[in-house]
Design a protein around this ligand. Sequence first.
Ligand code: SF4
Length: 371
Amino acid sequence: METLSTCCYCGVGCGLVIESEGDRITGVRGDPAHPANHGKLCSKGASLHLTARNEMRVLHPELRTARHEARRRVSWDEALDAAADKFADVIRTHGPDAVGFYISGQLLTEDYYVFNKLVKGLIGSNNLDTNSRLCMSSAVAGYKATLGADAPPGCYEDIDHAGSLFIAGSNMAYAHPILFRRIEAMAAEGMPAGYSFVPQPNEVASAVLSKCTWAVLALTCHVELFTQAHYRQSIDPDTGLSELWKDVFLFHWKEESQHAILDELEWRRENARLTPEQRDQAVSDLIDLVGAVDGILQVQAAADVDYFLRVCGRTLDGAQARQLSDTMLKAYRWQYIGSGVQDERFQKILGGMVTDAQMKRIGAALSQILA
Ligand code: SF4
């Protein structure tokens, strides 16, 4: 059986076809007729069926009356009566403003309507908010300050027709990959035909997620730190850039610095959990990951050189083409690997976690790439 639905992970809202046999979900695929994704799914959406397994879900109401108690299975009537009694007790004793509802960003409009009726109409409290609104509050402040209105832009098709796009403080390629495919297509339209983006995003995501958490956090922290390094080294000192342009990147830099702090904290927390043997394996995973990133850079650099040679309008001799290839790969490697791993902060964090022998292993792997 096939059922049409929507991916519940992010706000892009990709359409899904859910495949099932009896009460078992056997697979999902993108809905080719859905206007948000036209059949595409990112790795999160494409693996949704793996999370929808009965044994991983709460199938019945459960209740405990004290934190230290084990939960026991109860009927829906008992569970709802317990929740209603608790709320009624608090409201009776302290008034309606003593309760608040923070509800999911994944509800449908009708669900929001019912919750608003319940909280504002019946209980008489104004304390109702949703993740969807809080998520958007900083964006709304940004819209108001820059565009004068707090409405998000119209629809996805606007991207297809845009002449230019301005993205600030967003990591769309990772956070909303299917929407980003539209931007790639829109950008490609203005370029001479034939450009190809070689790495397949889902395969890259699968390769990264096959490694341990410590290695993925190390790579993520490294990415956050190299964006910091790029601002410090190339934008901040450049006196030829427009002040407004620099200002935009300054704010991006500030935002990314928060991510870098959070990633460092996460990475340190994960590190504290590992045994020495697990950390040694994690170092191997990190070396594999950096090798995989380098593999991507090599194929993309080769494809970009090939594209450039076809569209640049002149013929380069063998030595010039080789120099172009070498320079392109060196630049990509510096941008996506070297500038991060050589960052002082990254060195300090990593150096505080691994042994000298492990640091040497990492250094040996990097020396092949950054030679
Ligand atoms: S981009 Fe990925 S996570 Fe977001 S809705 Fe689409 S499939 Fe789901």
